[in-house]
Ligand binder design. Sequence first.
Ligand SMILES: *[C@@H]1O[C@H](CO)[C@@H](O)[C@H](O)[C@H]1NC(C)=O
Ligand SMILES: *[C@@H]1O[C@H](CO)[C@@H](O)[C@H](O)[C@H]1NC(C)=O
Ligand SMILES: *[C@@H]1O[C@H](CO)[C@@H](O)[C@H](O)[C@H]1NC(C)=O
Ligand SMILES: *[C@@H]1O[C@H](CO)[C@@H](O)[C@H](O)[C@H]1NC(C)=O
Ligand SMILES: *[C@@H]1O[C@H](CO)[C@@H](O)[C@H](O)[C@H]1NC(C)=O
Length: 414
Amino acid sequence: MGFVSQDWMFSSAILVLVLMLVMSVPPCSSTASKNTENNVKTTVYLSPKIELSPGFISNKIYYDVEFPKGHVALKSFQAELVDESGNSVPLQETYLHHWIVLRYRQPKNATNQTGIIIERNDGVCQGDTVDETFGRGAETRGTNPYIPDPYGLEIGNPSNIQEGYDEKWIINVLAIDTRGVEDRVGCYECRCDLYNHTSINAFTGEPLTPSYKGGLGCCPDNAQCRMKKGFWGPKNTLYLKYTIKWVNWDEFVIPVKIYLLDVTDHLKISYNYKSTGMSIKHTCKTEYQVKPCNKSHVGGCVDVKRASVPINTAGYIVYGVAHQHVGAIRSTLYGQDGRVICNSFPTYGTGMEAGNEKGFVVGMSACYPKPGSVKLFDGEILTAEALYNNSIEHTGVMGHFYILVAEKLPHHHV
Ligand SMILES: *[C@@H]1O[C@H](CO)[C@@H](O)[C@H](O)[C@H]1NC(C)=O
Ligand SMILES: *[C@@H]1O[C@H](CO)[C@@H](O)[C@H](O)[C@H]1NC(C)=O
Ligand SMILES: *[C@@H]1O[C@H](CO)[C@@H](O)[C@H](O)[C@H]1NC(C)=O
Ligand SMILES: *[C@@H]1O[C@H](CO)[C@@H](O)[C@H](O)[C@H]1NC(C)=O
Ligand SMILES: *[C@@H]1O[C@H](CO)[C@@H](O)[C@H](O)[C@H]1NC(C)=O
């Protein structure tokens, strides 16, 4: 079940607010747009209980979680780990490796998960990796995305749901309790030698090889990271608290598509001139390893990983952000002509409090291009690039670029 994998992304709240103000001023008086801001509804939900003893991992899938009902347009999705009193839990106590939100269809009246269909995002990976609608990791609190008006992510459209099915939502949370552990960084980088899970790669289901040093494969549910001798702490009960902003769907909302590029994507292109012509197979590994650089290396210790993949729609980028782990320097998305479409930079915490934890990536900056200013053409090859500081080795890092693309602009009347 590869979709147990991802984490995720997004931006600085202040930037979002500033840009929302800028963007709510229409560039020209447009009859096809309407200010939806006043109609935005906010709903706050809690996931099922997440119970964690010191050093343990919780990596569970929650089916049929609460979500706004009906035909609506999502405007934002924010989440964080809270304790039973509703207080934010800092990352040095419980590391939020990732949460992901996935859309699926379930046969009506089903009593179990037999026959469900996962509804991937719009691309470009394939199979059951990097398929989420939303997702992020430790940087969640400092990355508060907002889909600017008049755009929205359409959900619950009855005409898009097959007869006999209901639309539902999965949340997967991977949380790592690092109270009393021997090596906190190693635990949240899921280093195999620190976990009591040794034979099967929990992510791919294949045997673990010595060359695989760490990552999702060594972070299954209920594994425990190596502890300091004699440490004792109580079992904590936590929740993923998630806040969704949304508006009722109407003709003025312009739907966005979600593209999620992974720097580990390897393309296999095959040609069949008799049928459809070219076919492209993506292999997205979700995560990778950053080898330590050689001390003698000139120009600094920077690991660069890139993937170039074609996008199968024309449109305009309305939002972009990367997801990276500790060690991140930046991520960049380039157009086919080499132009920079979006830079996303990490913010590192400097204190102890939730949202500003020293040594952690506590936010990723996002891009909100002026509507219409960043156009993609159908088939355009985009390049996602992730830079890590490899003065030390990192295991299980990610380089994902998440973009929202609108196929039309507000002034294109229907
Ligand atoms: C689901 O159950 C309801 C009530 O029991 C029934 O009316 C309906 O026909 C069922 N739907 C399907 C697809 O089986
Ligand atoms: C799931 O439910 C269906 C009927 O609703 C049943 O036939 C099937 O055996 C169940 N599968 C499991 C694994 O329980
Ligand atoms: C890891 O060890 C703990 C106890 O030390 C045990 O409860 C847990 O089941 C083990 N997990 C795995 C995946 O082996
Ligand atoms: C460091 O140098 C060794 C020996 O030249 C080489 O095998 C290794 O790949 C280098 N490591 C990196 C990260 O470049
Ligand atoms: C990488 O990290 C090391 C250790 O923290 C630091 O000294 C170095 O300046 C960093 N390099 C870059 C390119 O950020």
